[in-house]
Design a protein around this ligand. Structure first.
Ligand SMILES: Nc1nc2c(c(=O)[nH]1)N[C@H]1C(S)=C(S)[C@@H](COP(=O)(O)OP(=O)(O)OC[C@H]3O[C@@H](n4cnc5c(=O)[nH]c(N)nc54)[C@H](O)[C@@H]3O)O[C@H]1N2
Ligand SMILES: Nc1nc2c(c(=O)[nH]1)N[C@H]1C(S)=C(S)[C@@H](COP(=O)(O)OP(=O)(O)OC[C@H]3O[C@@H](n4cnc5c(=O)[nH]c(N)nc54)[C@H](O)[C@@H]3O)O[C@H]1N2
Ligand code: SF4
Ligand SMILES: [Mo]
Length: 729
């Protein structure tokens, strides 16, 4: 028997003591004839303001969330939330939230919305899906998705009979890194990345702009390491916040990082600074690597990168002398140029020859805990045609390739795509070449958006289905693979506002209308979670009270001295030389690729994060908007002087294809190279329903009309666009 939500909230107040104490207090207030005030309730849950998934504790007073704090026992938060995590309240109470289902009554993308009931909206979607199925086949429905809502819609899509889903977090984000580490070490570095930062003696950040990239526990550990005197080496064309903590800031010429990585490997091998015992015991292909990097001397790299050979040698020695307690940060957003996987392979090889994988201060090992997967249903999915990207990018894996969905929609090849679901992703901001996206959606018969806010992508939809926020819903358990294994819960802190519904409910209701009830054999998602907890042998009530349960016995962070450790590669060893890549026709050891550089008067457009925003999704958040209302264009002071530009004045950026940005204020600074312009990603929304974000700042994606595909994994390099500055605003 399931408990009601009201009972549930009572039980899940973080301590039984608080809930019990509230009764006498309310009574005594009543006795005095005053308005009853209930004591606060503290409800633990999991943050979704980004994908670090910190444990949060909500303070709820009279049914209102008044504060969010970090859960002290959760390893991703350690008692603290980042600014965006605190900003969850702003999301919950944003007056611009989607409140009811909407149906577009105009042309595709016209956003002439009328309010609809759930029954009408879901009925319309189901009806159109059936028609598409009859005419084109089930595989013609595709899903672009990000975040926890993905669980339910991938399930729905597969039950319906389509293999076509894709996450922007693969091709446009960490795909290259994951593939490079899988090929080299037989596993990826995890999410959160398993970085032993707190024990590192040297930390190398290649891009990876920690502290602006505000991944909570990683920033905490970075600060701890800096406090303990770690040497920080930053490769970044921009003097990032992290560069401010660095002993060495290497203002590298963009797109040339592979040159420095190969030169470092060269110096470390030729000077015998690598971990010989580790290399002999755990790796394959060292001789081939040593041979291949011989041509990549520091002097050669100096010409490519603008970093002097002297500094390259000096930093290589710092790495070698401090091995194995060296962390070459594997990065996360690694979709930069066309050779992303090979650049990340060089990172992996460097990590291996320094003996840092499975060692203190390097990358720690996966905790040892296996739980049987518990599926949303036991019914098998129907057989369907191969996914669009199958065979095209041999290492792309199961997370799909977003641009393949766009391409197939545009061309009808290998088969037509006639419907898109977009769930938890802003297709106009996440994917490059907005014109392709807009042209592709004109070929569709149906475009459905499941979202909480009317961001740009939602404004293109035929049917908008409002999901409630993470503070108003259950989601699947999160398994946390930190130094030890743990499980984190997401549970509603307050009732869903307006007519919004959890993602699992929307998928289930749609499933029902498509005749797929058997795939959703549970009543509420909490019923499913309780069953799962039972199968896993976890006390659900304890988890709902604490928010997080840890399995300390699962921790095995380091390889012990002399241990016969088997890596999960075909050979059981770290593959410095990759036979797998070779078999698919790619370089088994990374080779340097030259990329175009901007000509006189042009600048490379680069982008990154602001600590108080997440992509586009927080630009309208009332609390976070107050901290940063719009982005600015970073321009080098010498360039500004030459062009007569003053700090704070408005400019417009124009790219190589003549596309113009919104007007944006210029930040005149010494902190960026002269050949780049930097924008924080996510701004410049064109959605009129966003009262705060509408046309605030410039949209980097608007200027990213070109992209470079990495053929190994289908990842999309987005830093291949050049812009010039005009004053015509
Ligand atoms: N506050 C906040 N934090 C976030 C997010 C967020 O939206 N907001 N998003 C999260 C997600 S999903 C991701 S993937 C990560 C992304 O964050 P990271 O993985 O850290 O992203 P990068 O692209 O490595 O870093 C951007 C930096 O790269 C520099 N750069 C640009 N071109 C080059 C180049 O050619 N070489 C080098 N060496 N540097 C270059 C830029 O100047 C900038 O400082 O952030 C995560 N953390
Ligand atoms: N030019 C450029 N492109 C990039 C990047 C960049 O830095 N520059 N970064 C890349 C990276 S690293 C990544 S990971 C991707 C990120 O790509 P996205 O995840 O698509 O990022 P957002 O732009 O924040 O769009 C998120 C959308 O999901 C909605 N949303 C948020 N939470 C929920 C929820 O709980 N439920 C539902 N249903 N909807 C929700 C938001 O309201 C918003 O409309 O973008 C990639 N693309
Ligand atoms: S890093 Fe910040 S936004 Fe991301 S989950 Fe943690 S608290 Fe939330
Ligand atoms: Mo990302």
């Amino acid at each position: 028997m399931s408990i009601t939500r009201r009972d549930f909230l009572k039980i899940s107040a973080v301590t039984g003591g608080v809930a019990a104490a509230s009764i006498p207090v309310v009574k005594s207030v009543l006795a005095l004839g005053k308005k009853p005030v209930s004591l606060p309730q503290y409800v633990p849950t999991t943050c979704e303001m980004c994908f670090w998934r910190c444990g949060a504790i909500a303070k709820v007073v009279d049914g209102k969330v008044v504060k969010l704090d970090g859960n002290p026992i959760h390893p991703n938060s350690r008692g603290k939330l980042c600014a965006r995590g605190h900003g969850g309240i702003g999301l919950l109470y944003d007056p611009d939230r989607l409140k009811t289902p909407l149906i577009n009554t105009g042309a595709r993308g016209e956003a002439k919305f009328k309010k609809a009931s759930w029954d009408e909206a879901l009925g319309l979607v189901a009806d159109k899906m059936q028609k598409i199925k009859e005419k084109y086949g089930t595989e013609s429905v595709a899903l672009l998705t990000h975040g926890t809502v993905s669980t339910y819609f991938i399930h729905l899509l597969q039950a319906f009979g389509s293999p076509n889903f894709a996450f922007p977090s693969f091709a446009l984000c960490r795909g290259a890194r994951d593939v490079a580490f899988e090929v080299t070490f037989g596993e990826n570095v995890g999410n959160p990345e398993r970085l032993d930062l707190q024990n590192s003696k040297v930390i190398v950040l290649i891009g990876s702009h920690l502290c602006e990239n505000a991944h909570n526990s990683q920033c905490q550990e970075f600060a701890e390491a800096v406090g303990k005197g770690a040497t920080v080496i930053v490769l970044d064309p921009r003097f990032s916040t992290a560069a401010g903590k660095a002993k060495y800031w290497l203002p590298i010429k963009p797109a040339t990082d592979l040159a420095i990585l190969l030169a470092w490997i060269n110096v470390i091998i030729s000077e015998g600074l690598y971990d010989k015992e580790y290399v002999t015991k755990y790796t394959n292909g060292f001789t081939e690597v040593a041979q291949a990097v011989r041509e990549y001397t520091p002097e050669w790299a100096e010409k490519e990168t603008d970093i002097s050979a002297r500094i390259i040698v000096e930093t290589a020695r710092v790495l070698g002398k401090n091995k194995p307690h060296v962390l070459i940060h594997p990065g996360r957003h690694t979709a930069w140029y066309s050779d992303n996987v090979q650049r990340q392979r060089a990172v992996a090889i460097l990590t291996a020859i320094l003996g840092s994988y499975g060692r203190t201060g390097g990358i720690y090992l996966n905790p040892k805990k296996k739980l049987e997967p518990v599926f949303l249903s036991e019914k098998d999915y129907p057989d369907n045609k191969p996914a669009l990207n199958k065979g095209k990018y041999p290492f792309a894996g199961e997370e799909g390739v977003t641009h393949e969905i766009v391409r197939a929609t545009l061309t009808g090849e290998p088969y037509p795509i006639k419907a898109w679901f977009t769930t938890g992703t802003n297709i106009m901001k996440a994917m490059p070449n907005q014109r392709d996206t807009l042209n592709a959606i004109q070929k569709l018969d149906l475009l459905v958006a499941v979202d909480m806010m009317p961001y740009d992508g939602v404004m293109l939809a035929d049917v908008v289905l409002p999901e409630c926020t993470y503070l108003e819903r259950h989601d699947d358990f999160f398994t946390v693979k930190e130094r030890s294994f743990g499980i984190s819960i997401r549970q509603p802190v307050v009732q869903p506002m307006y007519d919004s519904k959890p993602g699992w409910w929307i998928a289930k209701e749609l499933g029902k209308r498509l005749g797929l009830e058997e795939y959703f054999p549970w009543n509420t998602f909490e019923d499913f979670l309780k069953t799962k907890a039972e199968i896993w042998g976890i006390d659900y009530l304890e988890l709902s009270k604490k928010g997080y349960i840890d399995f300390p016995e699962s921790a095995k962070p380091y390889i012990s001295a002399g241990e016969e450790y088997k890596f999960k590669t075909p050979s059981g060893k770290i593959e410095l030389y990759s036979k797998e890549l070779k078999e698919h026709g790619f370089d088994p050891v990374p080779k340097y690729t030259k990329h175009d550089q901007p000509s006189e008067g042009w600048f490379r457009l680069i982008y990154g994060r602001a600590p108080v925003h997440t992509f586009s999704r927080t630009t309208n958040n009332p609390s976070l908007w107050e901290l940063m209302e719009e982005n600015v264009a970073w321009v080098n002071a010498k360039i500004a002087k030459k062009m007569g530009l003053k700090n704070g004045e408005y400019i417009v950026l124009v790219n190589q294809d003549g596309v113009k940005s919104n007007k944006v204020r210029i930040k005149v600074t010494e902190r960026i190279r002269q050949d780049c312009i930097y924008l924080v990603h996510g701004f410049g929304s064109t959605s009129k329903l966003l009262k705060k974000a509408y046309l605030r700042g410039a949209d980097d994606q608007q200027l990213i009309t070109r992209y470079a595909i990495d053929l190994i994994a289908g990842t999309v390099g987005m830093r291949v666009n050049f812009v010039k500055i005009t004053k015509e605003v």
